[in-house]
Write a protein that binds this ligand. Structure first.
Ligand SMILES: [Zn+2]
Ligand SMILES: [Zn+2]
Length: 362
């Protein structure tokens, strides 16, 4: 009797420990609500972060935990090659940040290309290289030699924070032309952290470079979840599938949009598709002689600002993130489906241009 009671107690204890262990491994992630586009998955990406291996203040694996928790699909450690203020404590080892996170990337199903930041004076500036095989050959005083070495490994290379030291020091130089002519420079950060660079935006359009937005985070990210009000500057990448190869192809192809503060910045083709998948109108649920009551749904993670460009509808409408808005339209006798012409003013297809949209009310 005594023994069997003891066995039961042991069994209960074992089950309790097992349940606790199960709980301990179940980590929570909140997804970021940007819809997929026809034929493409929308991957949320941040390709510019730092760790203690350069001037960041966190261990590399922390970057993977943060990115996963915040709903990102891809990230990269891009420690400075030429700047390591902690090198008395953390030895110079350019490949070590990636090697430390590769296993955790697999466990969390995050896409993590190997990366580094080529860090020269400005001009010519800083350049991130991702999808590297080995960072060491990029440690070269000559910026063109470093960028060439990255390209020889099949890397995707982009120019970081172009205007961070002012427009004059961020001016387009011959060295940038050489990079573009050799197809060694593939993109630019239009936004980095809290900064937006209109020149970079214009050059991406003019020179057919991929637009990127990154956090360039150095300290720990204490954000619990991504929201419209608090989010990293990031790149949405429209990839045919959720693999490193498809991610790279999409970047080379320029299939991106930049989520920066309350704005989405990108090429018209991708912003138009993103808008179409995010916003829809329900059929009017109440109709009188010259008034319609319609619900407008915004399924994406950002508030969308609309300004009327046609004849029907309120002059401005705000569609808050992940919400349904009730809108009353004066139709002056128009019956049947309505095509509402607006400009999505915070979907920017050029430095001073919003995205023209048509919302169809069935
Ligand atoms: Zn930099
Ligand atoms: Zn940086």
């Amino acid at each position: 009797m005594k023994t069997s009671r003891f066995s039961v107690l042991v069994l209960v204890a074992v089950i309790a420990v097992a349940l606790l262990a199960e709980r301990a491994v179940a980590q929570v992630r909140y997804e970021i609500a940007f819809p997929d586009l026809p034929g493409y998955q929308t991957l949320k990406c941040d390709f510019h972060t730092h760790s203690v291996f350069s001037d960041g203040s966190v261990w590399p694996t922390v970057r993977i935990e943060e990115a996963w928790r915040l709903g990102l699909d891809a990230t990269a450690l891009t420690d400075h090659i030429e700047y390591q203020p902690h090198k008395d404590d953390v030895p110079t080892n350019h490949n070590r940040p990636y090697d430390l996170v590769a296993g955790r990337a697999l466990q969390t199903n995050m896409l993590v290309p190997r990366g580094a930041e080529i860090t020269k004076d400005t001009p010519p500036g800083h350049f991130n290289a991702i999808f590297l095989k080995d960072v060491v050959p990029l440690a070269n005083d000559d910026v063109l030699a470093a960028v060439k070495a990255a390209n020889e490994q099949g890397a995707f290379v982009f120019w970081n924070h172009q205007g961070w030291k002012g427009e004059e020091l961020g001016a387009w130089q011959d060295v940038h032309t050489v990079m573009v002519e050799n197809k060694w420079l593939h993109g630019m950060e239009v936004c980095n952290g809290e900064s937006y660079y209109p020149s970079a935006h214009a050059w991406c359009l003019e020179k057919n470079l991929t637009m990127l937005g990154t956090s360039d985070i150095h300290g720990p990210d204490t954000t619990e979840r991504t929201t419209a009000a608090r989010h990293r500057t990031m790149t949405l990448v429209f990839a045919t599938e959720r693999t490193l190869d498809a991610l790279r192809d999409a970047l080379v192809d320029g299939r991106t949009a930049v989520w920066y503060k309350d704005q989405m910045i990108g090429r018209e083709q991708w912003l138009a598709s993103l808008f179409q998948q995010s916003v829809r109108a329900s059929a009017p649920h109440l109709r009188s002689k010259d008034t319609l009551w319609v619900r407008l749904h915004n399924d994406c993670e950002m508030d969308i600002q609309l300004a009327r460009s046609g004849a029907i509808g309120p002059a401005t409408i705000t569609l808050p993130a992940r919400s349904t808005s009730l809108v009353r339209f004066s139709t002056s006798g128009v019956t049947g489906p309505l095509a509402l012409s607006y400009v999505a003013t915070n979907f920017r297809i050029a430095p001073d241009k919003g995205l023209p949209v048509t919302i169809t009310v069935p």
